[in-house]
Design a protein around this ligand. Structure first.
Ligand code: GRF
Length: 215
């Protein structure tokens, strides 16, 4: 069975969806550890409650990004995971860190990339007046919130939406597509080949998920 290490910074709801999948058997992975750069991340409690080893590597204790990244890489490597899963991990990673895990590190971002990289994606989507919004799982490459796209979920923007209501609708889809992408990887149906995603997921309708309320 493939093993994963999950990196978080906060709430950890995406992490939780992965842990539930692994615990129920619907996601055929062994979660070796959860790493947080914030000692008070709520997700740490969740992981501990679910019996997953946790590690805190507090970025404020490091003088440089490279020093922090090296410490994180060392802990990750101690578990020899097949896949590193960034789940709300709010640190910009150095190029050397990204290259070290290239092809075996994925991220989830709360927008339909390449629209709205960076922060405050829901607010910006509302400001732009887009009619559809969503989330993206992608392989991590040195450019922030870019990288080959694995799967996206689309949700409608409806009249009366505010940042909170839109965020909630997107998050529900994040919890669907992240376990899906990790399962594809675990089953050997997903890989990065020359900066392109190779995905054999015909039975799942491939790399797009439309929120039922769009139809
Ligand atoms: C999610 O919206 C994710 O897409 C983004 O950060 C948020 C993390 O939420 N990268 P959680 O910690 O998984 O609840």
């Amino acid at each position: 069975m493939k093993s994963i290490v999950i990196l978080i910074s906060g709430r950890g709801s995406n992490m939780e969806s992965l842990l539930h999948g692994a615990a129920s058997g619907s996601l055929p992975v062994h979660v070796a550890a959860v790493i947080s750069n914030r000692p008070l991340a709520k997700g740490l409690e969740t992981a501990t409650t679910m019996g997953i080893p946790t590690h805190v590597i507090d970025h404020t204790k490091f003088d440089s990004r490279e020093g922090f990244d090296a410490a994180v890489a060392e802990v990750i490597d101690s578990f020899s995971p097949d896949l590193v899963v960034l789940a709300g991990f709010m640190r910009i990673l150095s190029d050397s860190f990204v290259r070290r895990f290239q092809g075996r590190m994925i991220n989830i971002h709360p927008s339909l990339l390449p629209s709205f990289p960076g922060l405050h994606t829901h607010r910006r989507a509302l400001e732009e007046g887009v009619r559809v919004h969503g989330c993206t799982v992608h392989f991590v490459t040195p450019a922030l919130d870019h990288g080959p796209i694995i799967v996206q979920a689309v949700v409608p923007v409806v009249d009366g939406d505010d940042e909170a209501s839109l965020a909630k609708r997107v998050l529900a889809q994040e919890h669907q597509i992240y376990p899906m992408a990790v399962r594809w990887f675990a089953e050997g149906r997903l890989r990065l080949l020359d900066e392109r995603v190779e995905l054999n997921a015909v039975q799942d309708g491939s790399g797009v998920l439309i929120s039922p309320s769009v139809h």
